[in-house]
Design a binder for this molecule. Structure first.
Ligand SMILES: NC(=O)c1ccc[n+]([C@@H]2O[C@H](COP(=O)([O-])OP(=O)(O)OC[C@H]3O[C@@H](n4cnc5c(N)ncnc54)[C@H](O)[C@@H]3O)[C@@H](O)[C@H]2O)c1
Length: 351
């Protein structure tokens, strides 16, 4: 008889939007799950009791002890500072989490004998304007924010660590992720902002002409890509997007329909420096990982609108509080696709 505990999977940032959706699916598939999150933007109430929750920082110098103690076989590394505007305002704080934190995860993984690290990178933030139809994984890398530079550095550090060890590394370059539990921050924050405004009877603002495009992927598809990469043991770099380019004007129309609202958007001047297009080639995701189906945007928005409807009172309260805090009633970020009009709803305390 052995007293050794079962191996586990660690999800850093598992109390956040994407991480908590991933944790739910891992638990449902019978994995033993440990969540490491400092709750800077995450919410512990999203982590089911069947997972172990560790309130801590990915930069902890004793991270390898936790990995050894929990017999961690693989790490989904999602913890990050995700706000592009914050990375511009304080690039050193961003790099501390997104570069040094990621490096610490890689170094601790090797020390503790973890076999596989799967890293949440960002296609939207590291390719820059696509040259041609879309960006495949070999597209030139032109990050245009400290957040994008830090994500790219995280990729490169993990690859360098993998070259010198037996650690397997999979880099998933996410497109603009939306779905239940999202808020107005992050790279698909525009959807959270539109939903929050439209469902509470307010105007939603589009900055610029609304012709700017993004590749919106439902969080369930991002979770599936992570699972496939783990279970197939695939290494390498994969765009995690749909390949479908949607303009912000189209997105607004779909979101308004999902909310049952017939209201035109309000247009405001374009934000300086905003990327015009962003769309990822999903060919590798399809052929190597075997992802053949994606949630359609209209269906995904309908389900997300329903989640927002159920949490509207809470979200509206948070939005009002944020409006007082910021004093300007605006949010949005360079990667949002030029839409804003409300303070970040910060959907915390709900699951
Ligand atoms: N949402 C998107 O559209 C998108 C697009 C591309 C990439 N990503 C990446 O996906 C990952 C998850 O993003 P999300 O949208 O769920 O954001 P999120 O803010 O909801 O999740 C991030 C989580 O990391 C935690 N965290 C932050 N700093 C930490 C630290 N130092 N130590 C421990 N925990 C820490 C936060 O508390 C939060 O729970 C991030 O790495 C992000 O860069 C997201």
């Amino acid at each position: 008889m052995t007293s050794a505990i079962q191996e586990s999977l660690l999800v850093t940032g598992g109390a956040g939007f994407i991480g908590s959706n991933l944790v739910d699916v891992l638990l449902a598939r019978g994995y033993r799950v440990v969540v490491l999150d400092d709750l800077s933007t995450g919410d512990a109430s999203r982590v089911p009791r069947t997972a172990r929750f560790v309130h801590g920082d990915i930069r902890d110098s004793n991270l390898d002890s936790l990995l050894t103690e929990e017999r961690v076989a693989a790490i989904f590394h999602l913890a990050a500072q995700v706000d592009v505007r914050k990375s511009v305002a304080d690039p050193i704080a961003d790099a501390s989490i997104n570069v040094l934190g990621t490096l610490n995860v890689g170094v601790a993984a090797v020390k503790a004998g973890v076999r596989h690290v799967l890293f949440a990178s960002s296609g939207g933030a590291i390719y820059g304007e696509p040259q041609g139809k879309w960006a495949d994984e070999d597209h030139p890398l032109n990050p245009c924010s400290p957040y994008g530079v830090a994500k790219l550095a995280g990729e490169k550090y993990l690859e360098a660590i993998a070259m010198e060890s037996s650690l397997k590394v999979t880099i998933l370059r996410y497109a603009n992720v939306y779905g239940p539990r999202q808020d107005g921050r992050g790279e698909a924050g525009v959807i959270g902002i539109f939903l929050n405004r439209l469902l509470s009877g307010q105007d939603a603002v589009i900055y610029g002409d609304g012709e700017q495009t993004r590749d919106f992927i439902h969080v369930a598809d991002v979770v599936t890509a992570n699972l496939l990469a783990l279970e197939k043991g695939v290494i390498g770099t994969f765009n995690t997007g749909t390949g479908i380019e949607t303009s912000i004007k189209e997105l607004y129309a779909l979101t308004a329909a999902a909310c049952g609202v017939e209201k035109a958007p309000v247009f405001a001047p374009k934000k300086p420096g905003e990327q015009k297009r962003s769309v990822l080639d999903p060919a590798e995701l399809r052929s190597v990982l075997g992802m053949t189906q994606f949630v359609g945007l209209a269906d995904g928005l309908t389900a997300t609108a329903e989640w927002f409807r159920q949490h509207l009172e809470f979200l509206a309260g948070k939005a009002a509080a944020a409006e007082v805090e910021t004093g300007n009633g605006r949010s949005g970020n360079e990667e949002n696709g030029g839409a804003a009009g409300s303070p970040s709803p910060q959907s915390r305390g709900v699951s």
